[in-house]
Design a protein around this ligand. Structure first.
Ligand code: NAD
Length: 470
């Protein structure tokens, strides 16, 4: 089996798209290059008193916009290739959803479950300290977020460490996003990536002329969906898809996969996993002991939401899904992509589909810099204005509205309403921008290439405006 080179894979997508643009080759080289990679190692004193050396990375792929932005992952696969690839994807992702950041990514090479909470805290704080020392973190420099193996708790430790070291910087909380709401986080961030995945799939499935050639009817309702990975992104994507009327026929975690033709309830499966330690043996479902077999079962939409390098040249010909919706970063290798394209499978690319996380992270950063919760200033005023308008309508029509109608139509937007509607609007607009680009370039162009063209054009403009490149 050939060695998986993630950054090379991302650059292949870049090169394919770059050929379709008219930008100067030197400018394209600058956009593609990873600007800075910082490698750190430090000792960890484990709870049993032994010492271990921990390895960490942070890559800032593009400084065309500042700060740079991207998650931090804790995984054994972390290394410079993976972190540079993910940082590059962040640059293109931010451009696609009009988030004014450069791309970055960080990671620590650990198997998270082998460490106690106190050890994870020590690792996280020391990693942050090292980033501060080399100015690889800061509200206007580089802003991390959660990724594989990390969540709000780690982000709170990062914020706390940064604030301790930043000496009264009033904007210090904006040094990281994905924080708990009580620590300067924003409502809706935890589920944002999964919710964005849902909006993206819904948008793609909603266009009859695109979906009918796949042998599918428009809409999410009744679509048979498989989700690989039930972490932050996979769980929420599954939940929103289920709520949208999709049938979850297959779910997979690293210990195995389960299948049920008439649908699984994702919350019931999560509860079963909490109780038994595994998703296997879920009542009424069939076990697939080899977790990766789930990628090959019969379904309409396959949602890989775990890690990269899952659909490969080896298994792509056996994939039966009509749509591969890349919730994870880099789940489909370029060899697999060629096979899927031949089979007529639609791939909704990672660089667009999982951009909901960074979109809402951007909202959190804005909230931190403005030091006020969204909706706080205008909510009551809006409610009053709506109420006065209804009173005029009542007076003119002579019709009395029920109190329930009045409440429903006068409610002012909460922070969560604003975040979710901003996210929905962003995902819809970005999908159409990619699709329009694809139509302009010709129907043989896939959505990933079109998405990269959109990204390259936007990044190129910001360089061209600097007047450095011809
Ligand atoms: P997570 O750690 O919350 O969840 C990952 C889940 O996948 C875990 O439950 C893990 O047990 C499971 N898993 C690992 N290997 C597996 C395998 N071989 N088969 C089945 N399940 C497996 O991570 P996450 O934040 O949900 O990230 C998942 C993917 O989404 C990553 O590629 C990440 O880069 C991407 N992503 C995450 C975010 C975010 O906001 N968290 C944003 C954009 C992209």
């Amino acid at each position: 089996m050939s060695k998986f080179r993630f950054f090379e894979q991302v650059n292949r997508s870049f090169d394919r798209a770059a050929k379709l643009t008219r930008h100067h080759p030197t400018l394209l080289d600058q956009i593609k290059a990873c600007n800075a990679v910082y490698y750190i190692s430090f000792p960890l004193k484990r709870d049993d008193g032994t010492i271990e050396v921990i390895h960490g990375w942070r890559a800032e792929h593009s400084h065309h916009r500042l700060p740079t932005k991207g998650g931090i992952r804790y995984s054994m696969s972390v290394g410079d290739d993976e972190i540079m690839a993910l940082a590059a994807l962040m640059t293109y992702k931010c451009a696609i959803v009009d988030v004014p950041f450069g791309g970055a990514k960080g990671g620590v090479r650990i198997a998270r479950h082998k460490y106690s909470e106190a050890e994870i805290e020590r690792i996280t704080r020391r990693y942050t300290f090292e980033l501060v020392k080399k100015r690889f973190i800061g509200p206007g420099i580089d802003v991390p977020a959660p990724d594989f193996g990390t969540g709000p708790k780690e982000m709170a430790w990062i914020a706390d460490t940064y604030m301790t070291l930043s000496g009264g910087d009033i904007n210090a909380l904006a040094c990281v996003t994905g924080k708990p709401v009580t620590q300067g986080g924003i409502r809706g961030r935890v589920e944002a990536t999964g919710r964005g995945v849902f909006f993206g799939i819904r948008e793609a499935c909603g266009i009859a002329e695109d979906i009918k050639p796949l042998g599918l009817s428009p809409g999410i309702e009744g679509k048979r969906v498989v989700v690989q990975g039930l972490g932050n992104v996979g769980y929420h994507a599954a939940k929103f898809l289920q709520e949208g009327g999709a049938v979850l026929v297959g779910l997979a975690e690293y210990e195995g996969a389960i299948w049920k033709a008439d649908g699984l309830d994702v919350d019931a499966v999560m509860e079963h996993r909490r109780e038994t330690g595994s998703i296997l043996n879920f009542p009424g479902a069939t076990n697939l002991p080899r977790s990766s077999d789930i990628l090959e079962v019969d379904c309409d939409i396959l949602v890989p939401a775990a890690l990269e390098n899952q659909i490969t040249g080896e298994n792509a010909s056996r994939v039966k899904a009509k749509i591969v919706a890349e919730a994870a970063n880099g789940p489909t290798t370029s060899e697999a992509e060629a096979v899927l394209k031949q089979k007529g499978v639609m791939i909704i690319p990672d660089v667009y589909l999982n951009a909901g996380g960074v979109t809402v992270s951007y909202f959190e950063w804005l909230k931190n810099l403005s030091h006020v919760r969204f909706g706080r200033m205008e909510k009551r005023f809006e409610e009053g204005a709506h109420r006065r308008l209804l009173q005029v309508v009542q007076r003119v029509t002579g019709k009395e509205f029920s109190e329930a109608d009045v409440l429903a139509s006068t409610r002012g937007a909460t922070e969560e309403d604003i975040v979710n509607s901003g996210l929905e609007d962003t995902m819809i607009a970005a999908y159409h921008q990619i699709r329009d680009t694809r139509l302009r370039l010709g129907s043989s162009i896939d959505l990933r290439t079109a998405a990269f063209v959109v990204a390259i054009d936007k990044v190129a403009v910001s360089y061209e405006e600097l007047g450095i490149f011809p």
